[in-house]
Design a binder for this molecule. Sequence first.
Ligand code: NI
Length: 481
Amino acid sequence: MIKRIKWPGWIIIILFLAGVVFGINQVLAKVLEETSEPEKKVVDSSVYPGLNIKTETEKTDVYTLSVSQPYTNNNQINKPIDTWVDKQKKDFTSGIKESKNMLEKNGFRAHLNIQAEPEKIADKIYTLKFQAYQITGGANGITKMKSFVIDLNQNKLLQADDVFQLDNEAQQAIRKLILEELHSNKKINTYLFDDMAKKALKDPKNWKWTVSRKHVTFYFDEYEIAAGAAGAIEAEIPMKQMKPYLNETFAKKIAVKIPEKEKSRKEEQHSEDNAKLDPDGKYVALTFDDGPLPEVTPRVLDALKKHDAKATFFMLGSQVRYYPTLANEVDEAGHEIGNHTMNHQDLTVLPPDKIREEIQKSSRIIEKAIGRTPTLLRPPYGASNDDVEQVATDLGVPIVMWSVDSLDWKSLNATAVNKEVMSNVAPGSIVLMHDIHPSTADALPQLLTSLEERGYQMVTVSQLLELWDENGVGPHYGKLG
Ligand code: NI
């Protein structure tokens, strides 16, 4: 046993085992491999009927990557989205190749994050605002923007001419509104290059826009129309001003009143299953990251229930936004829900205000879904630094790593998962798994049986931490390496 390290405040960092070593060529090959199509099965528990989300993450010595990609059951709609996402991955791969020497020399880890913000604008009509942030070298990352407007009534992606009037006069008027909006923002105006803005707006086919009942918003990549200091740019035009230039059929469609989904907020206090643990007992905390996902999470819940086991689910805000009911089921079953941030970004490449945003945004979405704020944080990729620790301290959420990595994301094989966990588990272990791989759900019945046979009881992370606090010692305290 290791003595508890005195830690500023009460943040607890649990030692975790470093990831697997990949050669850079294998890494590049792997990124390219990612471009192959994942299986797209649409499940209907999404709050955006017909639209689902899958978050893919990856961690190597050279890069971390997370891609949240909405999909429908219509390939005509999915394909252009896939194509854009693949393009971002390819750019990232070449970026890594170009910076290979610098990455190796400085021990810097590249990062790609793709996130998509959905908005329902009418029945079965959604807009998706994509942001791809990549950083492959020194100080400067770059954010690229993209938007898609999906109409599932017609099963198509809406193009500019489906939404706007595009005669010359209307085009001119729209461009003028956008430029005025850009100039009216003091910060953007300082860095704006007018000729570049005009060029970007020339062809309506290249416009990047989303529409809601209140606004039409136009997007520009970082560096596309302004100096990098302005970042990626959004110009939001009030609907009042845009309305004269909307395609009439479309205007009618979105004028339909959209019923606000009633958010059920739980009033009653959740009866925590926090029975005191026996200080001499054999406990293990199973943790499931990156969900919830309709194809896998319910199967994990079933297996846990059969063994009367409790676990902790570190959920992504980007997933809970689509599947709040599923998050609620996890909570109702007596499991613990922790925060795994909004978009699975590598927090160590972000400034403190962005770190805070990633944690708080997700926390709010989880709170809406389950009626309580998550009290634990697991940073994506287990990546933490002084800034992350400071923000977590300020927000009052302990950071929880893991001591046993099931490597389920790597093996994608139930037998291998069982073997990995059973050969490394010890009393007090926190085990890392992911409720996004069917193979992980496959592994659980046998894993739970094996753990029981060895005398383990499966508890939540908070239960385990409470026990350690009481004892003043724990098997896995230490600073993140
Ligand atoms: Ni994760």
